[in-house]
Design a protein around this ligand. Structure first.
Ligand code: ADP
Ligand code: MG
Length: 359
């Protein structure tokens, strides 16, 4: 593959996008861009607007951050299109056909649908360009709480009870008895807690389903799992070795208005702190780390994932997997690896090299 005269590896950092996590993606990308080793990597920023237009991205990552509770957004600028042709792999063109830039590797710092769900991964697979993170299958399965749970269950991994609602707003009596109260009602393919409600009275179920359905026609209703929230990073090295980070234990997730780890609690209220490493006994820590790696493999992930648990009185239960976890300065994924001896710059280096050296 041709390299620029600088000899640097050209990384297209793609961010924003049509999902409800647009702004979080912008903040993640700002942190990624500012932590890429400038001696080794050249950044090609590519933004996707909330409407889905691909545009020349921000050259100053400092703009991509939260200021006074205001989240950043991709502005509509000159449009660029990725090439789907393997003979022009990695190229992005302006609408007049001239070249914006050519990338050696794509880093889709996209959260949620139309980005973390296999769509973007599939598009770049068409032209054989390496992409950081999981491929089409793992991304699609990981995004979908129904199918990721099915794959977890098939591997014998511990998950809670749930009911999927398609084309209906109510649960049957048998389903209500199965789940019990409280329940969590979520868009099946959501993220950042957007559209999620905790329901303590069946009379409130319909409104919660309507809210979740604004984000996804498929809704998942889960039994509440009582336990502390623990998150574990998984990283795959270029030679294939898969490691789990030390786990993080989230404190204060119930401190926000919603009573759980909702959007404001995650990004705006500064009420959550993480204990890293989590002060769990050695056996529980080891179990979480091995379950995290097994989950990564159950979904055929590559590169990275963050696996989230509840640690209950009866042991760990899986909550969900994120195949492009947050990379904001306060995000758990970079922090748990920093605490495991892999700093942010090195982490990005491993991820990019893993994408480039994938068999
Ligand atoms: N079944 C559950 N039991 C208890 N708390 C839950 C449950 N499901 C979700 N939550 C709470 O809601 C938060 C967001 O849910 P999650 O499934 O992780 O959605 P997202 O993909 O948006 O992060 C969790 O971090 C937790 O605080
Ligand atoms: Mg979550």
């Amino acid at each position: 593959m041709s390299k620029p005269s600088s000899g640097k590896i050209r990384v297209a950092v793609i961010y924003g996008g049509r999902s409800s996590e647009h702004a979080v993606s912008c903040v993640s990308a700002g942190a990624v861009i500012s932590h890429l080793d400038a001696d080794k990597y050249e950044v090609i920023p590519v933004g996707i607007t909330v409407d889905g237009a691909w545009v020349v991205g921000e050259s100053d990552p400092g703009v991509l951050r939260i200021v006074d509770r205001r989240m950043p957004e991709v502005e509509h600028r000159e449009e660029v299109r990725p090439s789907l042709d393997p003979a022009h792999r990695g190229e992005f063109h302006y609408s007049d056909g001239s070249l914006y830039a050519a990338a050696d590797v794509i880093f889709p710092v996209l959260h949620g649908r139309f980005g973390e769900d296999g769509t973007v991964q599939g598009m770049f697979a068409l032209s054989d360009v390496p992409v950081v993170g999981p491929g089409v299958l793992a991304s699609a399965a990981g995004m979908d709480k129904e199918f990721s749970k099915k794959l977890m269950v098939a591997e014998g991994l511990p998950v809670g009870r749930e009911v999927i609602l398609r084309n209906r707003f109510e649960l049957s009596e048998a389903e209500k008895n199965l789940l019990g109260l409280p329940v969590f009602v979520k868009p099946a393919r959501g993220g950042s807690s957007i559209g999620i409600s905790r329901v303590t009275d069946w009379a409130d179920l319909r409104a919660a389903v309507e809210l979740a359905r604004m984000h996804d026609e498929k809704v998942i209703v889960e039994s509440e799992i009582v336990g502390v929230e623990v998150e574990c990073g998984v990283l795959q090295y270029p030679e294939g070795r898969i490691v789990a980070s030390v786990p993080a234990l989230l404190e204060g997730t119930g401190a926000g208005e919603g009573g759980f780890y909702d959007f404001d609690t995650k990004y705006l209220d500064n009420v959550v702190s993480a204990e890293i490493p989590a002060s769990l006994d050695a056996a529980t820590t080891e179990l979480i780390q091995s379950l995290a790696v097994e989950t990564f493999q159950a979904l055929a992930c590559e590169g990275l994932a963050r696996v989230d648990f509840f640690v209950t009185a009866d042991g760990p239960v899986l909550n969900e997997i994120n195949t492009m976890p947050g990379f904001t300065p306060i995000s758990m994924y970079p922090q748990v690896f920093a605490a495991s001896g892999v700093g942010y710059e090195e982490l990005l280096d491993i991820l990019i090299q893993q994408a480039l050296h994938r068999a």
